[in-house]
Design a protein around this ligand. Structure first.
Ligand code: HEM
Length: 535
């Protein structure tokens, strides 16, 4: 027989337990959100904006503000190391000096990985690949992927950009009448970059430019429509629950998506799961086709330059050498290619849309660009990789646009060890905010007009300019963007064709644009621009 509990426990009632739990929760809340950060945290002396919201800290300022701007303003006022508060008093540091970036992104990249919640979100929406792993597994994978992004392969791939680009030019020509027409440029840039990335990643023709009902295009459109600061915030909250990422990716989760979508705050999960399912199933089918191709027509496969074909061929070569070797599974391969699709589509679409916006508002730079690209385009409407690289003003325009309006305005890391960064003792577990937009427009480096679009600055760079840390749109180090050269060359190919054929102007007098804060920085209104034919 069990011994009797003491009298005090026998007299306990359910409401006593609830008071105790509520009291404890309040104590934890007050301690974590108020007492610890104010009095005990090693970061308490780091300057930063005062937090008025005990529960949410500066979180809402981030979600609702223009992408990258709160960090920039705080960096100006309190920088170069700024402390801000996250949810429930979770401290974050904003860091932007080259020394800090060198330590976080290069020397100490293993000790400062992407935080788990970010990896979970990226894994769910972009596949479990380069964006979600770290350490030796990442090094190995990057080595496998590098050949697909070599200059040699990019040179061979450039021609794949032109079918979609010519499709876009044709459509705009057909629709633009005298006096011009207003187009939602972000939408059109999204279509052309989707068609290009599907061709280069899978060798698959989406043709979303002409076929809005293409299954892959529809799934991507649905996925992108969900990308808003508020939805990302909800997703972070859900994903932080134990087991949630696995559940959302599971068959059970998919079967019960309607039920899950009915739960308040989880309404965006149903379309999210549906679009992901459809993107994955198309990708799997494409992989099966390629594996089958490989067994029947090796010569044809060896001419295909898309990333998935390269991976399938590399795997076959490895197995031919040693049939017992551990190679990449089909699922892992689909995940890698999905990562490229997700990382390379919207970023490039945003980069192009912002460039057209900036040119629409700087007619002199646009005119100078047209003067440079028109003879090249007339000589050959499909300029190759080297020709695109040699155009000086085009290079200035693309660099300057990616600098002032970077498609990825910020990223995150988490300190995995306690260490000094930029002279501050940073405790293990601190979230580190890398404010790309603020770094790119830091007045200490770029001067008083740092926030203005002035492509000519790339012809005479300031003394303080550092080629690795002053322009951080693709970050740097082992996690630096693998698609950087591809993205820049693709943007240039699109710009040559559209600038040689059309003029871009604001859609109406006094037009302003609102860069929305999400994972990528995209225009909230699809960016309407007035397009006219070049005389
Ligand atoms: C203008 C276009 C682009 C911009 C601004 C951009 C920017 C970035 C940034 C900032 C990161 C680092 C994210 C982080 O660590 O938190 C990144 C990583 C990455 N990007 Fe890009 N990207 C662009 C285009 C592309 C393209 C076209 C591809 C592939 C086809 C691509 C593939 C990747 C991959 C795989 C990673 C992860 C690299 C790793 O961790 O090893 N990106 N990109």
């Amino acid at each position: 027989m069990l011994p009797k509990p003491p009298a005090i426990l026998q007299s306990l009632q359910i409401h006593h337990v609830s008071y105790f739990v509520a009291g404890y929760a309040l104590y934890v809340l007050l301690y974590r959100a108020m007492v610890y950060p104010r009095f005990f945290s090693p970061l308490s002396k780091v300057p930063g904006p005062p937090s008025k919201n005990l529960l949410l800290g500066h979180y809402l300022t981030f979600v609702k503000g223009e992408a990258g701007i709160p960090q920039r303003e705080w960096a100006k006022q309190y920088g170069p190391v700024v402390r801000m508060m996250g949810v429930l008093g979770r401290e974050r540091l904003i860091l932007l000096s080259p020394e800090a970036l060198q330590q976080i992104m290069v020397k100490g990249w293993l000790e400062n990985p992407r935080p788990q919640f970010l990896r979970d979100i990226l894994g769910l929406v972009a596949g479990y690949g380069l964006l979600t792993i770290t350490g030796d597994a990442h090094k190995q994978l990057r080595k496998t992927m590098n050949p697909a992004f070599s200059v040699q392969n990019l040179m061979a791939q450039t021609d794949m950009y032109y079918e979609p680009i010519e499709g876009l030019v044709e459509i705009l020509k057909e629709q633009v009448k005298d006096g011009g027409k207003v187009f939602p440029m972000y939408e059109w840039m999204g279509k052309v970059t989707l068609d290009i990335i599907c061709e280069t990643a899978f060798g698959y023709k989406t043709d979303s430019l002409h076929d809005p009902h293409n299954e892959l295009a529809v799934a991507f459109e649905k996925l992108l429509a969900l990308q808003s600061g508020v939805n990302i915030a909800k997703l972070i909250a859900v994903i932080s629950l134990p087991g949630a990422p696995r559940l959302l990716a599971s068959d059970w989760g998919f079967r019960h998506r309607k039920l899950i979508g009915r739960i308040p705050l989880l309404d965006s999960l149903e379309p999210l799961m549906e679009s992901l399912r459809s993107i994955r199933s198309i990708s799997r089918q494409m992989l099966r086709d390629k594996v089958a191709d490989l067994s029947v027509a090796p010569d044809d496969m060896s001419t295909k330059k898309d990333i998935m074909s390269l991976l399938v061929r590399a795997r076959k070569a490895e197995l031919d050498l040693d049939p017992t070797v551990d190679t990449m599974s089909d699922t892992a391969m689909v995940d890698q290619v999905l990562t490229f699709l997700a990382a390379g589509h919207e970023t490039t679409a945003s980069g192009l849309s912002w460039t057209l916006w900036l040119l629409a508002n700087d007619q002199e730079s646009q005119r100078r660009l047209r003067e440079e690209v028109t003879p090249v385009y007339k000589a050959n409407p499909r300029p190759d990789y080297r020709t695109l690289k040699s155009l000086v003003w085009l290079d200035c325009v693309v660099n300057e646009s990616l600098r002032v309006l970077p498609p990825v305005p910020q990223t995150m890391r988490m300190a995995d060890t306690t260490d000094y960064i930029d002279g501050v003792l940073v405790p293990k577990g601190t979230l580190l905010n890398i404010p790309i937009r603020a770094i790119n427009t830091w007045k200490q480096v770029w001067g008083e007009d740092a926030e203005e679009f002035r492509p000519a600055r790339w012809l005479d760079l300031p003394k303080a300019y550092n080629s690795t840390f002053s322009m951080f749109s693709f970050i740097t180090g082992p996690h630096g963007c693998i698609g950087k050269t591809m993205a820049v060359s693709e943007m240039k190919a699109v710009l040559v064709a559209v600038i040689a054929n059309f003029e871009f102007n604001p859609a109406y007098v006094g037009q302003v644009t609102h860069p929305a804060a999400a994972i990528t920085m995209k225009p909230e209104d699809n960016m309407p621009l007035l397009v006219t034919r070049v005389a």
